[in-house]
Design a protein around this ligand. Structure first.
Ligand SMILES: [Fe+2]
Length: 211
């Protein structure tokens, strides 16, 4: 069953943010595959509509699938930022955490385009000490980088379906024979008025989670 909301529902649920399913059942997840449209870019846009093989670009909302935007809106979620990442074949990206104000709980929904057999990996880091802070020239955000020698692999997914991912835990991507593009939406929670937390987003998408 999908959430079908009227304006009155929005007003009512804003007063009752616990109207979504219990968030505790999603606490230990780093990713959840979602049964939502595979096409995040709106026709006629494709990855080839963007400057060729740039590592990191921002994507204007007009390039995004309107049905996804509508779904997020219905679930009380806004898009803080839409990004396109490119990785060449046989690439092992830096292990890093994404940026957010004073939180290590950062929800993103990722769509993979090409990149067959590529992986998104998560790591535990010894002493949780980041090696360096990297300022992105694209969006001005700070990414914390980690030394591979101090990291232990804890989980991995091939992102073969659109997925909610936890970007606040150290992670990186690994490609095989194909180049890989990924579109990543960073989410803002209209109910809590802050970065959307993974468990809250999972709760709202509970009808769409692929078990
Ligand atoms: Fe990341």
């Amino acid at each position: 069953m999908r959430f079908e909301l009227t304006n009155n529902d929005f007003a009512d649920r804003a007063l009752r943010p616990l109207g979504y399913p219990d968030i505790n059942i999603f606490m230990n997840h780093l990713y959840l595959a979602l049964n939502i449209p595979n096409e995040i870019l709106r026709e006629p846009f494709t990855v080839h509509s963007f400057p060729t093989k740039r590592r990191h670009l921002l994507v204007p909302a007009i390039h995004l699938n309107f049905s996804i935007l509508s779904l997020l809106n219905n679930l009380d979620l806004n898009i803080l930022q839409a990004e396109l990442f490119y990785s060449e074949p046989n690439f092992f990206s830096d292990i890093h955490t994404d940026y957010a104000n004073n939180t290590n709980d950062i929800s993103k929904i990722n769509w993979l385009i090409y990149g067959e057999n590529s992986l998104l990996n998560w790591y535990d880091t010894s002493a949780n000490q980041h090696l360096r802070s990297i300022s992105s020239a694209i969006d001005g955000n700070i990414y914390k980088g980690y030394n591979l020698n101090e990291c232990t692999l804890i989980d991995s997914t091939d992102l073969c379906r659109p997925s909610l991912i936890q970007a606040g835990v150290p992670h990186n991507s690994v490609t095989r024979d194909e180049p890989r593009w990924s579109v990543s939406l960073t989410l803002f929670d209209r109910l809590t008025k802050q970065h959307a937390k993974f468990s809250d987003v999972a709760s709202r998408f509970s009808q769409y989670i692929i078990q």
